[in-house]
Ligand binder design. Structure first.
Ligand code: NAP
Length: 288
Protein backbone atom coordinates (compact mmCIF):
# COMPACT_ATOMS: atom_id res chain seq x y z
CA UNK A 1 0.00 0.00 0.00
CA UNK A 2 1.26 3.47 -0.93
CA UNK A 3 0.27 7.05 -0.16
CA UNK A 4 -0.89 8.57 -3.44
CA UNK A 5 -2.61 11.66 -4.85
CA UNK A 6 -4.70 11.85 -8.02
CA UNK A 7 -5.17 15.19 -9.84
CA UNK A 8 -8.06 15.49 -12.32
CA UNK A 9 -11.26 13.53 -11.73
CA UNK A 10 -12.68 13.59 -15.26
CA UNK A 11 -14.17 10.76 -17.29
CA UNK A 12 -10.83 8.92 -17.05
CA UNK A 13 -9.31 10.16 -13.78
CA UNK A 14 -12.27 9.54 -11.50
CA UNK A 15 -12.49 5.76 -12.07
CA UNK A 16 -8.68 5.44 -12.15
CA UNK A 17 -8.44 7.09 -8.72
CA UNK A 18 -11.26 4.80 -7.56
CA UNK A 19 -9.29 1.70 -8.59
CA UNK A 20 -6.19 2.97 -6.75
CA UNK A 21 -8.29 3.16 -3.58
CA UNK A 22 -10.60 0.17 -3.90
CA UNK A 23 -8.55 -2.35 -5.92
CA UNK A 24 -5.00 -1.25 -5.12
CA UNK A 25 -5.77 -0.59 -1.44
CA UNK A 26 -3.76 2.64 -1.52
CA UNK A 27 -4.38 5.72 0.61
CA UNK A 28 -5.72 8.21 -1.94
CA UNK A 29 -6.05 12.00 -1.78
CA UNK A 30 -7.78 13.62 -4.77
CA UNK A 31 -7.74 17.11 -6.23
CA UNK A 32 -10.15 18.42 -8.87
CA UNK A 33 -10.35 22.01 -10.16
CA UNK A 34 -14.14 21.87 -9.77
CA UNK A 35 -14.24 20.97 -6.08
CA UNK A 36 -17.71 19.40 -6.13
CA UNK A 37 -16.36 16.44 -8.17
CA UNK A 38 -13.67 15.78 -5.54
CA UNK A 39 -16.25 15.89 -2.75
CA UNK A 40 -18.51 13.47 -4.64
CA UNK A 41 -15.53 11.14 -5.23
CA UNK A 42 -14.72 11.13 -1.50
CA UNK A 43 -18.32 10.32 -0.57
CA UNK A 44 -18.23 7.38 -2.97
CA UNK A 45 -14.71 6.10 -2.29
CA UNK A 46 -13.88 7.23 1.28
CA UNK A 47 -10.52 8.87 0.47
CA UNK A 48 -9.41 12.44 1.14
CA UNK A 49 -9.87 15.65 -0.90
CA UNK A 50 -7.50 18.62 -1.14
CA UNK A 51 -8.15 22.12 -2.45
CA UNK A 52 -4.89 22.61 -4.41
CA UNK A 53 -2.56 20.23 -6.30
CA UNK A 54 0.20 21.17 -3.82
CA UNK A 55 -1.92 20.24 -0.81
CA UNK A 56 -2.93 16.94 -2.45
CA UNK A 57 0.69 16.10 -3.35
CA UNK A 58 2.28 16.90 0.01
CA UNK A 59 3.61 13.83 1.78
CA UNK A 60 2.66 11.38 -1.03
CA UNK A 61 4.93 8.71 -2.50
CA UNK A 62 3.19 8.93 -5.90
CA UNK A 63 1.20 11.72 -7.55
CA UNK A 64 -0.92 10.84 -10.61
CA UNK A 65 -2.54 13.30 -13.02
CA UNK A 66 -5.04 12.98 -15.87
CA UNK A 67 -5.99 16.48 -17.05
CA UNK A 68 -6.69 17.94 -20.51
CA UNK A 69 -3.64 19.24 -22.39
CA UNK A 70 -0.09 20.60 -22.03
CA UNK A 71 -1.12 23.87 -20.38
CA UNK A 72 -3.50 22.15 -17.95
CA UNK A 73 -0.65 19.87 -16.96
CA UNK A 74 1.68 22.83 -16.35
CA UNK A 75 -1.03 24.42 -14.20
CA UNK A 76 -1.33 21.42 -11.87
CA UNK A 77 2.43 20.78 -11.57
CA UNK A 78 4.25 24.15 -11.58
CA UNK A 79 3.97 27.35 -9.51
CA UNK A 80 3.39 27.88 -5.80
CA UNK A 81 0.18 25.79 -5.72
CA UNK A 82 1.41 23.13 -8.17
CA UNK A 83 2.06 19.54 -7.15
CA UNK A 84 5.87 19.78 -7.48
CA UNK A 85 5.94 22.43 -4.71
CA UNK A 86 4.52 19.88 -2.26
CA UNK A 87 6.37 16.74 -3.36
CA UNK A 88 9.35 15.37 -1.41
CA UNK A 89 12.64 14.21 -2.92
CA UNK A 90 12.34 10.59 -4.04
CA UNK A 91 8.60 10.79 -4.74
CA UNK A 92 7.27 10.08 -8.25
CA UNK A 93 4.88 11.98 -10.55
CA UNK A 94 3.01 9.86 -13.14
CA UNK A 95 1.22 11.78 -15.90
CA UNK A 96 -1.69 10.03 -17.67
CA UNK A 97 -2.72 13.09 -19.72
CA UNK A 98 -2.43 12.75 -23.51
CA UNK A 99 0.04 15.59 -24.02
CA UNK A 100 3.12 16.42 -26.11
CA UNK A 101 6.47 14.69 -25.71
CA UNK A 102 7.92 18.20 -25.28
CA UNK A 103 5.92 18.97 -22.15
CA UNK A 104 6.94 15.57 -20.73
CA UNK A 105 10.62 16.49 -21.25
CA UNK A 106 10.07 19.99 -19.83
CA UNK A 107 8.32 18.73 -16.67
CA UNK A 108 10.76 15.84 -16.26
CA UNK A 109 13.61 18.39 -16.19
CA UNK A 110 11.75 20.57 -13.65
CA UNK A 111 11.00 17.53 -11.48
CA UNK A 112 14.58 16.23 -11.70
CA UNK A 113 15.89 19.55 -10.33
CA UNK A 114 13.74 18.93 -7.25
CA UNK A 115 14.77 15.25 -6.89
CA UNK A 116 11.31 14.08 -8.05
CA UNK A 117 10.86 11.19 -10.52
CA UNK A 118 8.63 11.75 -13.58
CA UNK A 119 6.97 9.23 -15.91
CA UNK A 120 4.85 10.16 -18.96
CA UNK A 121 2.14 7.50 -19.12
CA UNK A 122 -0.74 8.24 -21.52
CA UNK A 123 -3.48 5.64 -21.69
CA UNK A 124 -5.64 3.90 -24.28
CA UNK A 125 -8.91 2.08 -23.70
CA UNK A 126 -11.38 4.93 -23.23
CA UNK A 127 -13.99 5.46 -20.55
CA UNK A 128 -14.92 1.77 -20.44
CA UNK A 129 -11.25 0.81 -20.04
CA UNK A 130 -10.88 3.23 -17.13
CA UNK A 131 -14.11 2.10 -15.45
CA UNK A 132 -13.22 -1.59 -15.81
CA UNK A 133 -9.58 -1.06 -14.80
CA UNK A 134 -8.21 -2.52 -18.05
CA UNK A 135 -6.34 0.41 -19.60
CA UNK A 136 -3.26 0.10 -21.81
CA UNK A 137 -0.51 2.38 -20.50
CA UNK A 138 2.47 3.55 -22.60
CA UNK A 139 5.32 4.92 -20.48
CA UNK A 140 8.45 7.02 -20.90
CA UNK A 141 11.11 7.56 -18.26
CA UNK A 142 14.03 5.93 -16.55
CA UNK A 143 13.73 2.19 -15.79
CA UNK A 144 14.25 2.48 -12.01
CA UNK A 145 11.48 5.07 -11.62
CA UNK A 146 9.20 3.07 -13.90
CA UNK A 147 9.79 -0.13 -11.88
CA UNK A 148 8.51 1.62 -8.74
CA UNK A 149 5.41 3.07 -10.46
CA UNK A 150 4.41 -0.05 -12.42
CA UNK A 151 2.87 -2.05 -9.52
CA UNK A 152 0.76 0.97 -8.48
CA UNK A 153 -0.44 1.62 -12.06
CA UNK A 154 -1.50 -2.07 -12.15
CA UNK A 155 -4.65 -1.12 -10.19
CA UNK A 156 -6.25 0.12 -13.44
CA UNK A 157 -4.09 -1.34 -16.24
CA UNK A 158 -4.30 -4.54 -18.26
CA UNK A 159 -1.02 -3.72 -19.99
CA UNK A 160 1.72 -1.30 -19.02
CA UNK A 161 5.09 -1.02 -20.74
CA UNK A 162 8.14 1.23 -20.68
CA UNK A 163 8.71 2.42 -24.27
CA UNK A 164 11.99 4.29 -23.74
CA UNK A 165 13.29 7.54 -22.25
CA UNK A 166 11.09 10.42 -21.17
CA UNK A 167 8.52 11.39 -23.84
CA UNK A 168 8.42 7.87 -25.33
CA UNK A 169 5.02 7.14 -23.78
CA UNK A 170 3.55 10.20 -25.49
CA UNK A 171 5.23 9.24 -28.78
CA UNK A 172 3.68 5.74 -28.54
CA UNK A 173 0.26 7.27 -27.86
CA UNK A 174 0.73 9.38 -31.02
CA UNK A 175 1.22 6.14 -32.99
CA UNK A 176 -2.04 4.87 -31.47
CA UNK A 177 -3.96 7.99 -32.58
CA UNK A 178 -2.37 8.02 -36.07
CA UNK A 179 -3.49 4.39 -36.57
CA UNK A 180 -7.04 5.14 -35.38
CA UNK A 181 -7.54 8.28 -37.52
CA UNK A 182 -7.17 6.62 -40.92
CA UNK A 183 -8.94 3.47 -39.79
CA UNK A 184 -12.10 5.28 -38.66
CA UNK A 185 -12.27 7.21 -41.94
CA UNK A 186 -11.93 3.92 -43.86
CA UNK A 187 -14.71 2.35 -41.79
CA UNK A 188 -16.94 5.41 -42.34
CA UNK A 189 -16.39 5.18 -46.11
CA UNK A 190 -17.07 1.42 -46.10
CA UNK A 191 -20.40 1.77 -44.25
CA UNK A 192 -21.35 4.75 -46.42
CA UNK A 193 -20.57 2.76 -49.58
CA UNK A 194 -22.52 -0.30 -48.35
CA UNK A 195 -25.64 1.81 -47.73
CA UNK A 196 -25.31 3.69 -51.02
CA UNK A 197 -24.95 0.38 -52.87
CA UNK A 198 -28.17 -0.86 -51.24
CA UNK A 199 -26.49 -3.60 -49.18
CA UNK A 200 -27.62 -4.79 -45.73
CA UNK A 201 -24.96 -3.07 -43.57
CA UNK A 202 -25.39 -5.53 -40.69
CA UNK A 203 -24.93 -8.53 -42.95
CA UNK A 204 -21.86 -7.00 -44.61
CA UNK A 205 -20.10 -5.94 -41.41
CA UNK A 206 -20.92 -9.15 -39.54
CA UNK A 207 -19.31 -11.05 -42.39
CA UNK A 208 -16.25 -8.91 -43.14
CA UNK A 209 -15.49 -8.43 -39.42
CA UNK A 210 -14.55 -12.12 -39.42
CA UNK A 211 -11.97 -11.45 -42.14
CA UNK A 212 -9.02 -9.16 -42.81
CA UNK A 213 -11.02 -5.91 -42.41
CA UNK A 214 -11.71 -6.64 -38.73
CA UNK A 215 -10.88 -3.94 -36.17
CA UNK A 216 -11.89 -2.77 -32.67
CA UNK A 217 -13.57 0.24 -34.30
CA UNK A 218 -15.51 -2.01 -36.67
CA UNK A 219 -16.73 -4.35 -33.94
CA UNK A 220 -17.56 -1.66 -31.39
CA UNK A 221 -18.70 1.26 -33.52
CA UNK A 222 -20.37 0.10 -36.73
CA UNK A 223 -23.90 -0.15 -35.31
CA UNK A 224 -23.89 3.37 -33.83
CA UNK A 225 -22.20 4.75 -36.97
CA UNK A 226 -24.93 3.18 -39.09
CA UNK A 227 -27.61 4.63 -36.76
CA UNK A 228 -25.98 8.10 -36.65
CA UNK A 229 -25.52 7.99 -32.85
CA UNK A 230 -22.47 9.84 -31.56
CA UNK A 231 -23.38 11.21 -28.10
CA UNK A 232 -20.83 9.10 -26.21
CA UNK A 233 -17.19 7.96 -26.31
CA UNK A 234 -14.00 9.84 -27.19
CA UNK A 235 -14.76 13.44 -28.17
CA UNK A 236 -13.77 14.95 -31.53
CA UNK A 237 -12.27 17.94 -29.64
CA UNK A 238 -9.89 15.55 -27.82
CA UNK A 239 -8.99 13.79 -31.09
CA UNK A 240 -8.14 17.10 -32.76
CA UNK A 241 -5.95 17.99 -29.76
CA UNK A 242 -4.19 14.62 -30.13
CA UNK A 243 -3.76 14.92 -33.92
CA UNK A 244 -2.33 18.42 -33.58
CA UNK A 245 0.28 16.96 -31.21
CA UNK A 246 1.03 14.17 -33.76
CA UNK A 247 1.33 16.62 -36.68
CA UNK A 248 3.60 18.98 -34.72
CA UNK A 249 5.87 16.08 -33.75
CA UNK A 250 5.93 14.84 -37.38
CA UNK A 251 6.94 18.31 -38.62
CA UNK A 252 9.86 18.07 -36.21
CA UNK A 253 10.96 14.47 -36.85
CA UNK A 254 10.23 14.43 -40.60
CA UNK A 255 7.63 11.63 -40.58
CA UNK A 256 4.99 11.83 -43.32
CA UNK A 257 1.37 11.78 -42.09
CA UNK A 258 -0.76 12.72 -45.11
CA UNK A 259 -3.83 10.70 -44.07
CA UNK A 260 -3.74 11.86 -40.43
CA UNK A 261 -3.49 15.48 -41.66
CA UNK A 262 -6.48 14.99 -43.97
CA UNK A 263 -8.59 13.28 -41.31
CA UNK A 264 -7.78 16.15 -38.93
CA UNK A 265 -9.44 18.48 -41.46
CA UNK A 266 -12.46 16.16 -41.66
CA UNK A 267 -12.77 16.36 -37.86
CA UNK A 268 -12.68 20.18 -38.17
CA UNK A 269 -15.75 19.86 -40.43
CA UNK A 270 -17.46 17.64 -37.83
CA UNK A 271 -16.78 20.34 -35.20
CA UNK A 272 -18.46 22.91 -37.50
CA UNK A 273 -21.46 20.55 -37.80
CA UNK A 274 -21.88 20.82 -34.00
CA UNK A 275 -20.00 17.61 -33.24
CA UNK A 276 -17.21 18.87 -30.97
CA UNK A 277 -18.26 16.46 -28.19
CA UNK A 278 -19.38 13.63 -30.50
CA UNK A 279 -17.49 10.34 -30.52
CA UNK A 280 -14.67 10.10 -33.10
CA UNK A 281 -16.76 7.63 -35.13
CA UNK A 282 -18.83 10.68 -36.23
CA UNK A 283 -16.58 11.03 -39.31
CA UNK A 284 -19.40 9.20 -41.12
CA UNK A 285 -21.76 12.14 -40.46
CA UNK A 286 -19.87 14.15 -43.15
CA UNK A 287 -20.74 11.52 -45.75
CA UNK A 288 -24.51 11.58 -45.27
P1 NAP B 1 -12.42 15.27 -18.91
O1 NAP B 1 -13.54 14.38 -18.50
O2 NAP B 1 -12.74 16.54 -19.63
O3 NAP B 1 -11.61 15.62 -17.57
C1 NAP B 1 -10.53 16.51 -17.56
C2 NAP B 1 -10.08 16.69 -16.13
O4 NAP B 1 -8.96 17.59 -16.11
C3 NAP B 1 -11.14 17.31 -15.23
O5 NAP B 1 -10.99 16.78 -13.94
C4 NAP B 1 -10.77 18.79 -15.24
O6 NAP B 1 -11.22 19.50 -14.12
C5 NAP B 1 -9.26 18.68 -15.24
N1 NAP B 1 -8.61 19.88 -15.77
C6 NAP B 1 -8.63 20.32 -17.05
N2 NAP B 1 -7.92 21.45 -17.15
C7 NAP B 1 -7.45 21.73 -15.91
C8 NAP B 1 -6.64 22.75 -15.39
N3 NAP B 1 -6.18 23.75 -16.17
N4 NAP B 1 -6.35 22.74 -14.06
C9 NAP B 1 -6.82 21.75 -13.28
N5 NAP B 1 -7.59 20.73 -13.72
C10 NAP B 1 -7.90 20.73 -15.03
O7 NAP B 1 -11.33 14.50 -19.80
P2 NAP B 1 -10.99 12.95 -19.87
O8 NAP B 1 -11.87 12.32 -20.90
O9 NAP B 1 -10.94 12.37 -18.49
O10 NAP B 1 -9.53 13.01 -20.52
C11 NAP B 1 -8.39 13.37 -19.73
C12 NAP B 1 -7.13 13.09 -20.56
O11 NAP B 1 -7.10 11.72 -20.94
C13 NAP B 1 -7.05 13.91 -21.87
O12 NAP B 1 -5.71 14.26 -22.10
C14 NAP B 1 -7.58 12.94 -22.91
O13 NAP B 1 -7.06 13.22 -24.20
C15 NAP B 1 -7.02 11.63 -22.36
N6 NAP B 1 -7.77 10.42 -22.78
C16 NAP B 1 -9.14 10.40 -22.75
C17 NAP B 1 -9.81 9.26 -23.17
C18 NAP B 1 -11.32 9.19 -23.17
O14 NAP B 1 -11.89 8.24 -23.76
N7 NAP B 1 -12.05 10.12 -22.53
C19 NAP B 1 -9.09 8.14 -23.60
C20 NAP B 1 -7.70 8.17 -23.58
C21 NAP B 1 -7.05 9.34 -23.18
P3 NAP B 1 -12.74 20.11 -14.06
O15 NAP B 1 -13.59 19.00 -13.55
O16 NAP B 1 -12.64 21.25 -13.13
O17 NAP B 1 -13.08 20.53 -15.47
Amino acid sequence: MARVAFLGLGVMGSPMAGHLKNKGGHEVTVYNRTGAKAEAWVVQNKGFAATTPREAATGQEFVFACVGNDDDLRQVTLGPNGAFAGMARGSIFVDHTTASADVARELHAAAENLGIGFIDAPVSGGQAGAENGVLTVMCGGDPATYAKADPVIAAYARACRLMGPIGSGQLAKMVNQICIAGLVQGLAEGIHFAKTAGLDVNAVIETISKGAAQSWQMENRYKTMDAGQFEFGFAVDWMRKDLSICLAEARRNGAQLPVAALVDQFYAEVQKMGGARWDTSSLIARLK
